[in-house]
Design a protein around this ligand. Sequence first.
Ligand code: PLP
Length: 427
Amino acid sequence: MDRSDHVLPWNLLPDSAEVGPDGQLLVGGCDLTDLAEEFGTPLFVYDEDHLRARCREAVGAFGDGVAYATKAFLCRAMARLAHEEGMHLDVASGGELHVALSAGVPAERIVLHGNNKSDAELIQARQAGVGRIVVDSFDELDRLERLHRADGLVPDVLLRITPGVEAHTHEFVMTGQDDSKFGFGLTVGDAARAVERARQSPAVNLVGLHAHIGSQVFVAGFFEQAIEVLAPFVNQSGLPELSIGGGIGVAYVEGETSPSISEWGAVVRRACHTAGITARVSAEPGRSIAAVAGVTVYRVGTIKEVPGIRTFVACDGGFIDNPRPALYGSGYETFVPRAVAAPRTETVRLVGKHCESGDVLVAEARVPEGLAVGDLIATPVTGAYGRSMGSNYNLLPRPAVVFVSGGRARLVIRRETNEDLLATDVG
Ligand SMILES: Cc1ncc(COP(=O)(O)O)c(C=O)c1O
């Protein structure tokens, strides 16, 4: 098909995507139209085999210790899946820790992050026996010492270092620069002071260093740059572990490309080798595991044509199930599940049902001719930082999530109900 027809680029769909006999999209052998009938819309559909393949790829690329960053997408099924495929889990709050533990993931395979961990979170993690706590600040070291005086527990910790490297990504997800709320700055000398302090502290067992330069980073070279900057410090510390965090980007729209997890791992390993780093190197991918595995299916409810300006297509979801366009101006593609390979010759604006003009899912959404009220419309590459960053704005119940594989769908998060909205309302 001619590219000028703007057929949906196939690389944006999950591994198992195929065109069914009537031109419809099948994922994991399941017809999205049938899934929408059975589970309702909006619906998150994840290709389970795709998730498993990416987890295995990460373990292959980085070896034992590589952790799935659960902030990208977490529920118990996802936690179990990542654990079964050999990954550790990176959690960034007591809530993520609770879900991971309740999924049966052994505490020693969990890494706790956070720039402002509460006493309660530190107690929860230390008592559970998490494998690593990534210490982010001197205040956190104070807190750990205070807690240690009360219970004597000594967790294994990494120190989060801010290397002063600016990865070119959206400023909200750029974390390696000096001017950051995260970690101990290398250039200002905090990193050296933190290593000294942690070494002398009875409250922690310092085993390594950590640096996360940002998310949705397309150029693996930024990781090389970070490793080059960190190497003298890492080597001088003599600590046995280094985590380079997550961050490798994924393609969201036509024309984008990104390194695979294996390519990213090879770049990181090579850079560490060149820099003489002998510490065991690991990583924490989130987006690159989950993003392309997921698609979101909506139903079109209202179509409004503004003559000479544009056509608004309103669906039954919105920026509560995918806040990335509103937060970062992120682009997405659209397709119609009944005709996934059809030329997308028309451009509309896909919006949600919330009370804000900023409730835009896809500003320039390509759709095939004849899109009508009642049709399904879907956005690919929504498996990461979609539902996990969602909210209940306008008290819309949050969507269900299904995992599909081998022609079968299993519900892993049920759709919220109006009763769920009252579950915490004690007034
Ligand atoms: C400390 C840390 N590790 C890992 C990740 C995962 O990053 P990504 O999903 O881009 O791979 C993040 C994301 O913000 C993070 O803050």
